[in-house]
Write a protein of this length. Structure first.
Length: 367
């Protein structure tokens, strides 16, 4: 590998790191943050879902525009600028409406850059098996962001740290070359979804279950088991550390085809939530969250790489990310409703049931 190629890869790794560190430092603790402006679990679900709803529209639109123009760097930089502003505005959101508006703005900004950065990483590396190592730095970013939140142990500084992390990512992108790729407009969004319908449907159902759990898990650990913010951070660190390790192993050691990776990631998730429903102390969540990291690495790398091998890059990864976002709209609302009428564990049971359905659908995906 040439020194220039190595330098570009390291810059992409760094940009991905700061992007996801900025996202994670707020996202994981958002249910707790929302609980400070409203006591309604339903309203907390709406606030959590609003980010993903705006991200859906942003990713589909800007992912398509990026493919039509054949450029990624412009959208990556615009996304970093938007995130630095909107995540910083969270600091001033002291009621439900202001927090909701800040989340919508953050969702739009995030949607501009996520598909573009994944596509840029894929296009900048000729050896596609090595791309998993580059993409793995989004997991390392999540780990760093969650750790920083745990060290801060206070919700207010989190927003300012997040904004600063996005500014660091923006500075790094100024060193990246503007790679102009072949314009990819031969397939429409509907055709791509239809062609990969079993993958997108199984991903949708899996992540509805997962996002419903992520909505209530921090609150459950705090209210039921008395966990402090830093202890919740430790639980989530286990998730992202294993995801980072497994993604790097996929670049060199794990030689499984992408469809099989995706199916493994979907199916094993159900086991995780069975385990989480049985815990009796906050630290007992750690091994199950570590296993979530493994499942995420498999389904994220397997699903995205399968799509990019067979479809326009930013459009297909944008639909993948938007599918996650749709799930993140539906899941929190379902979680808030179930927790309001029943309890936290009932949310886990719902997640297990819907993920089993997702796995059965994933078996229809052809290699």
């Amino acid at each position: 590998m040439s020194l220039q190629k190595l330098s570009i890869n390291n810059l992409v790794r760094s940009a991905s790191f700061f992007q996801h560190a900025g996202l994670s430092i707020v996202a994981v603790f958002l249910p707790i943050i929302a609980k400070e402006v409203t006591d309604s679990l339903f309203e907390i679900g709406i606030i959590v879902a609003s980010f993903s709803f705006s991200q859906i529209l942003s990713e589909i639109y800007f992912g398509r525009v990026s493919d039509k123009k054949g450029t990624r760097l412009l959208f990556i930089r615009l996304g970093f600028i938007g995130c630095a502003i909107t995540f910083g505005l969270h600091y001033f959101a002291e009621d439900t409406i202001l927090l909701l508006l800040a989340r919508i703005g953050a969702g739009i900004s995030t949607g501009i850059m996520v598909p573009a950065l994944i596509a840029y990483a894929y296009e900048s590396e000729t050896n596609k098996t090595k791309v998993a190592s580059i993409v793995s730095f989004h997991a390392l970013g999540w780990l760093a962001g969650i750790t920083a939140a745990g060290i801060a142990n206070d919700v207010k500084p989190i927003f300012l740290i997040s904004s600063g992390l996005f500014l660091c990512g923006l500075v790094i992108t100024t060193k990246l070359p503007n790679i102009v790729s072949e314009k990819q407009i031969e397939r429409g969004i509907v055709k791509i979804i239809s062609k990969n319908r079993f993958l997108f449907l199984s991903l949708l159902l899996r992540h509805i279950g997962a996002s419903s759990v992520w909505t209530i898990l921090p609150i459950m650990l705090m209210d039921r088991f008395g966990a402090e913010l830093y202890q919740i951070s430790i639980v989530y660190v286990a998730n992202n550390l294993t995801a980072f390790i497994i993604m790097n192993l996929m670049a060199s050691k794990i030689k499984i085809n992408n469809v099989t990776k995706f199916k493994i990631g979907i199916g094993v998730t159900a086991i995780v939530f069975v385990g989480l429903s049985l815990i009796t102390n906050w630290w007992m969540a750690m091994p199950f969250m570590a296993l979530v990291g493994v499942t995420w690495a498999f389904l994220f790398i397997g699903g995205n790489f399968y799509l990019m091998e067979n479809n326009p890059l930013s459009t297909s990864t944008g639909i993948f990310s938007s599918t996650l976002s749709i799930s993140s709209v539906v899941g929190p609302i379902i979680a808030g409703t179930i927790a309001f009428y029943y309890d936290f564990v009932s949310v886990m049971y719902f997640a297990v049931a819907i993920i089993v359905c997702a796995f059965l659908i994933s078996l229809k995906i052809k290699k």
